[in-house]
Design a protein around this ligand. Structure first.
Ligand SMILES: [Zn+2]
Length: 129
């Protein structure tokens, strides 16, 4: 009888429920496709604002896509029993970090190293225009 792992089950179920709720919220409230269409404003200023809105929408959609992917990966990790372990250095991710970011796949150190390295990462959203 492994008491330790038995005690982790309710916590994992709680994390899983939180992740699934977040995923549902994200997919349900996705940015509408129509928001991406270019509007032809007469006023140059409005045009500028429209372009800016569009860029922000794309950026938001991009972040959302990443987040959805991370949540799906976290759910897979729960299934595989790998949840809560850094995918890069394989150290345990502190529960405090998982409370703040339940879909965290990396520890804080690896996360900041990865982010520092991916300054020129390719955009996910290429075919918007
Ligand atoms: Zn790590």
């Amino acid at each position: 009888m492994t008491q330790g792992s038995a005690n982790k089950a309710p916590e994992l179920r709680r994390r899983k429920a939180a992740l699934e709720a977040k995923l549902k919220e994200l997919i349900g409230g996705s940015v509408k496709r129509e928001d991406l269409e270019i509007e032809h404003w007469a006023e140059a200023l409005d045009q500028l604002k429209s372009n800016l809105d569009r860029e922000l929408t794309i950026e938001r959609l991009d972040q959302q896509t990443r987040l959805i992917r991370d949540i799906q990966l976290a759910l897979t990790a729960i299934e595989e029993g790998a949840y809560g372990t850094c995918a890069r250095c394989e150290e345990p991710i502190p529960p405090r970090r998982l409370d703040a970011v339940p879909w965290a796949l990396l520890c804080v150190r690896c996360q900041s190293e990865v982010e520092a390295a991916k300054d020129d990462a390719e955009p996910l959203f290429r075919d918007a225009a």
